[in-house]
Write a protein that binds this ligand. Structure first.
Ligand SMILES: Nc1ncnc2c1ncn2[C@@H]1O[C@H](COP(=O)(O)OP(=O)(O)OP(=O)(O)O)[C@@H](O)[C@H]1O
Length: 409
C-alpha cells in the first residue's frame, strides 16, 4: 500500500528569498493529489523538499515514520527507494541511452541480474510508448519523449510514492491523456501515493482525489478536488479560468492601480480572456482501464471526506455529495452491465470484433514514428510482460469503455 506523506509547518528560503512558509498538508496513502499554483510559486522546490534534495529551514516531512528533514544520510537513502520521481525536464543523464537511464535505479538499488533488468526496463519503456527508441541518447529525441522516458525511469522500482513535476509539459493533448490514464492505472495496480504538479486544468479536474494550490508563498488550499473546483477564492477562480484579471499578475504581485484599471475594463465589458467553463460542474474522475483492479484509495478517500465534510463550505459539500451520488450511480450501472455480460457470456473476441473498446484495439494507430504510442500505452498489469498486451487483457467485470470516459469499471 502507498505510504502517507505528512508535511507540517514547512518553510523554505534561498538566502533572503522566502519561497513558501508554514506549509502543512498530508498526501493520503494511495490517493492521487495535484498541486497547482502560478509559475515561480515553488511547486518544484516543494517536490524536491519532499525527497530531501532541498532542506527546509523549518518544519517536518514524515514518511513511513521517519522525518526526512532530520534523519541520517543512510536513512534518507533508504526512504528514497520508496520514491519514483519524474522531474520537470525528465532529468536524464545526457551521455546514457534511454535504456541505461531507465535501468539506472535498478542497477543502483537492486541486485537484479542483467536479464531481469532488461525485462523490466523494456516493459516500462513499452508502457510509455518508447519501444524502438531505447538506444537513443536523450539529446536525439523530442522533449515529450524525454518526459516519457523520465516517467519510465520513475516507475522502474514500482514505487510507493510517485512525484510527477508537470507530466504533461511538452506533450500533445493525446499523449497527455495517455500519461494521465497511465498514472491512474498504476495507482490502481500498486496503490502508490501520487503527487502531480501541473498547470493543466483538465488533469486537475479529472485525475486527482485532492488538489492543493500555492500562491503568495502560502498553501492557499489543500483538500478534496471538489473543494478547490468550487472555491470562490479569487485566486483559485482566476487560475482555473486562465483569466488575466484577478490577483495573479505576470509577476508575483499586482498593485492596487493595476487592479483598479482591470475593474474599470471589466465594467466597460472588456474580458480578461479566461474560459467561461463552470468548474463547479464536477467532471467524473478518470477510471482505471478495463482489466485493472479497482483503486483501493477510492474507499479510503470517501471515508476521509465523509468525516471532514461538515468542515467544508456549503458549495463544496454539495459538490462532494453530487460526486458521490454520481459515482454510486455509475457503479451500479457498471455492475448491472457486468451482470448482463455474464448472462450473455460474451467472449472477449466477440466484443472486440463488435468494435467495442479494448486496450489493444484503442492503441491502433497509423502513425508509426518512434514516438508513436504503442499498444502498451494501455497499461498491462504490473509484472505482466507488456508484449502480452496484444492479447486482450483479463476482463474481471466484463466492461468495455473508452479511456477517460469517467465510467466506473
Ligand atoms: N536551487 C535553487 N537556488 C536558488 N533559488 C532557487 C533554486 N531552486 C528554485 N529556486 C527559486 O525558487 C522559486 C520557485 O521555483 P520553482 O521552480 O519551484 O517554481 P515553480 O512553481 O515550480 O514554477 P513553474 O511553474 O514555472 O515550474 C524561483 O524563484 C526559483 O528561482
Amino acid at each position: 500500500m502507498g505510504v502517507e506523506v505528512s508535511v507540517e509547518g514547512l518553510t523554505k528560503s534561498f538566502g533572503s528569498q522566502n519561497i513558501w512558509r508554514d506549509v502543512t498538508l498530508t498526501l493520503p496513502s494511495g490517493e492521487v493529489s495535484a498541486l497547482l499554483g502560478p509559475s515561480g510559486t515553488g511547486k518544484s522546490v516543494f517536490l524536491k523538499t519532499l525527497i530531501g534534495l532541498l532542506h527546509p529551514e523549518q518544519g517536518s516531512v514524515v514518511i513511513d515514520g521517519t522525518d526526512i528533514t532530520q534523519c541520517s544520510a543512510k536513512e534518507l537513502y533508504e526512504i528514497r527507494k520508496l520514491f519514483g520521481v519524474l522531474f520537470q525536464d525528465g532529468a536524464l543523464f545526457g551521455s546514457m541511452s534511454l535504456f541505461d537511464n531507465v535501468a539506472f535505479p535498478l542497477r543502483e538499488h537492486t541486485k537484479k541480474k542483467e536479464n531481469e533488468v532488461r525485462d523490466i526496463v523494456m516493459e516500462k519503456i513499452d508502457l510509455v510508448g518508447l519501444t524502438g527508441a531505447e538506444d537513443k541518447l536523450p539529446g536525439e529525441i523530442s522533449g515529450g519523449m524525454r518526459k516519457r522516458a523520465g516517467l519510465a525511469r520513475a516507475l522502474v522500482l514500482d514505487p510507493q510514492i510517485i512525484l510527477c513535476d508537470e507530466p504533461d509539459s511538452g506533450l500533445d493533448p493525446v499523449r497527455t491523456a495517455y500519461i494521465s490514464q497511465l498514472l491512474i492505472d498504476i495507482n490502481a495496480q500498486i496503490d502508490a501515493t501520487i503527487l502531480i504538479v501541473t498547470h493543466n486544468i483538465n488533469i486537475a479536474r479529472t485525475i486527482p482525489d485532492n488538489i492543493g494550490m500555492l500562491f503568495r508563498k502560502e498553501l492557499v488550499m489543500f483538500g478534496p478536488r471538489e473543494q478547490l473546483l468550487t472555491s470562490e477564492q479569487p485566486v483559485v477562480k482566476q487560475f482555473l479560468s486562465g483569466d488575466r484579471f484577478g490577483p495573479i499578475g505576470m509577476s508575483e504581485e499586482k498593485d492596487e492601480g493595476v487592479q483598479k484599471a482591470e475593474e474599470a475594463m471589466q465594467a466597460a465589458g472588456i474580458g480578461g480572456g479566461g474560459t467561461k467553463d463552470d468548474f463547479s460542474e464536477i467532471i467524473p474522475q478518470v477510471q482505471p482501464n478495463p482489466g485493472m483492479p479497482e483503486r483501493k484509495a477510492v474507499a479510503r478517500h470517501r471515508q476521509r471526506v465523509h468525516e471532514m465534510l461538515h468542515t467544508m463550505p456549503p458549495n463544496a459539500q454539495e459538490a462532494i455529495r453530487r460526486s458521490m451520488e454520481e459515482e454510486d450511480r455509475m457503479r451500479s450501472e457498471a455492475d448491472a452491465h457486468a451482470a448482463d455480460q455474464d448472462t450473455e457470456n460474451v467472449p472477449v473476441g466477440a466484443a472486440h470484433a463488435a468494435g467495442e473498446w479494448t486496450p489493444a484495439h484503442a492503441a491502433g494507430s497509423d502513425y508509426a514514428g518512434s514516438d508513436a504510442p504503442t499498444q502498451s500505452w494501455a497499461t498491462p498489469p504490473v509484472g505482466q510482460n507488456a508484449n502480452d498486451n496484444t492479447v486482450t487483457q483479463p476482463i474481471e467485470t466484463g466492461q468495455f469503455r473508452q479511456p477517460n470516459d469517467g465510467r466506473s469499471s
